[in-house]
Design a protein around this ligand. Structure first.
Ligand code: SF4
Length: 322
């Protein structure tokens, strides 16, 4: 590994875009590869005090989504006549109440871009009412403006998952400038922004990945993540395949050392190797999911809270309780 980059990592500096690109070129399995994994693991074990975190994400609807992302099972062109639905407010509040009694730290409510903004606020308020005050509530929804960011806060949300996805506007129908505008609205409202480099496929260049890793330097991001693209059958990008677990571990290490997130580092899909190279946080998932074709991802690929806890323990992470 380049001596000056290593010195900056050991001094606790965040990496630049150029340094991230250089490290992403590290050959998998080389001495430098393991050194990089070691440095990322060392950062996380210390920063997160050997504790792993479990978040839960609930998908509220499955509707043909006009943003039409080429990797998503709910995109308009990939729904292919699958049944649409919106989970009832009562059902969602009930699920949230059950989750409040578990050891999850943060609860995310996720929708397609078709979901009504006003209705989402009602769901948020109903869920907030059944959560303990110290549990973070996070929105994962379509783009919005400054006024709506304020409304999310008033409804009881503490944060927002919002990102510029890889090849936004090419592989998705969203505009990069709208994504940035929303992220700025989140920051200006004093909400916590959750960020992720995603969805990573074999065709993405190191430069594209590094651009998203350093974007968090402009925002107060507590939780960073990396996510590989799942090849969902019936979606246009499925034919490009998936990156290897070894490549995801390298990306996870570089993202960890570039962002140096203070609260947690997440990996999607959950993977043991990444828990040894920077990641300490996993999601349990329920309801609809862009990476699944099941109505409820618990019947498909979604991890349960027990799955997440067991994987964390297996890789010698304690599980943080609230
Ligand atoms: S990923 Fe989200 S925005 Fe894109 S098509 Fe799927 S539901 Fe819509």
């Amino acid at each position: 590994m380049d001596h000056s980059i290593k010195a900056r990592i050991e001094a606790g500096e965040k990496l630049s875009r150029e340094e991230a690109v250089q490290l992403l070129e590290t050959p998998v399995g080389s001495r430098e590869y393991y050194e990089l994994l070691y440095l990322a693991n060392q950062y996380s074990r210390k920063a997160f005090e050997e504790k792993g975190l479990i978040f839960a994400q609930m998908g509220l609807d499955m509707q043909p989504c006009g943003v039409n992302c080429k990797f998503c099972s709910m995109a308009k062109d990939s729904m292919c006549g699958k049944e649409s639905f919106i989970r009832s407010l009562e059902e969602v509040a009930e699920e949230a109440k059950a989750l409040a009694d578990t050891d999850i730290q943060d609860l995310f409510l996720m929708t397609t871009a078709q979901f009504s903004q006003e209705l989402f606020l009602e769901y948020g308020k109903a869920v907030r009412a059944v959560l303990p005050p110290d549990m973070r509530l996070v929105a994962n929804i379509a783009d919005f403006d400054a006024e709506y960011a304020q409304k999310l806060k008033e409804a009881g949300f503490t944060g927002v998952y919002h990102i510029c996805r890889l090849r936004e506007g090419i592989d998705t129908g969203a505009k990069l400038e709208d994504r940035v505008r929303t992220m700025n609205a989140v920051k200006n409202a004093g909400l916590e922004l959750y960020y992720c480099v995603e969805p990573i496929g074999p065709e993405h260049t190191n430069e594209e990945l590094a651009d998203e890793m350093v974007r968090v330097h402009d925002y107060p991001v507590g939780v960073m993540a990396v996510m590989k693209r799942t090849a969902v059958p019936g979606t246009p990008l499925a034919e490009k395949g998936e990156i290897s677990a070894a490549r995801l571990a390298l990306i996870c290490a570089v993202a960890t050392l570039t962002a140096r997130p203070p609260r947690a580092m997440c990996v999607h899909e959950p993977g043991e190797l990444c828990l040894m190279t920077g990641a300490n946080q996993l999601y349990a998932e329920l309801g609809s999911n862009p990476r699944d074709t099941e109505k409820d991802t618990r019947d498909g690929r979604g991890f349960s809270i027990d799955d997440a806890r067991n994987m964390l323990k297996k890789m010698q992470w304690g599980v943080k309780s609230r």
